[in-house]
Design a protein around this ligand. Structure first.
Ligand SMILES: [Zn+2]
Length: 136
């Protein structure tokens, strides 16, 4: 896709620190890492995010993540990892080409996950019902 920075990386028009590539997927180091070894797994076929990615491409990405994540963890002497995907701008999606983050973790590394809030009285039931209605 024109003007898509990840498509340009896939087409080798922009360099990247590639760690893995197959026919469907490219994985490279994030230039602004949350932790050393922070990797982006990117499908070569352009989609915006999980709402429009096709199942086969999604499966290829998940398969690559499963293979890569434990090896990245070992390479950077981490003891865990987070897998993440931001969808739409409000979630922090900065590049509108589907991509997954593999973020190596260590005990007490200071990385913060979003806060864990609390529901108000009756709110969890109300929200559950709204989501189930959307699934119909
Ligand atoms: Zn793209």
């Amino acid at each position: 896709m024109e003007d898509c920075i990840f498509c340009k990386i896939i087409e080798s028009k922009i360099p990247c620190s590639k760690i893995y590539e197959n026919e469907q997927v490219l994985a490279f180091l994030d230039i602004n890492p949350a932790a050393p070894g922070h990797t982006l797994v990117v499908p070569k076929k352009h989609s915006m995010n999980i709402t429009d990615i096709d199942f086969n491409t999604l499966g290829q990405c998940i398969g690559a993540i499963k293979n890569l994540a434990p090896k990245i963890m070992k390479a950077v002497n981490a003891t865990g990892f987070n897998i993440g995907m931001n969808n739409f701008k409000s979630s922090g999606q900065a590049v509108m080409h589907s991509h997954f983050h593999i973020i190596p973790r260590k005990e007490n590394d200071g990385l913060m996950l979003p806060r864990q809030g609390k529901y108000k009285e009756g709110e969890i039931e109300e929200i559950k019902n709204k989501i189930i209605k959307e699934l119909d």
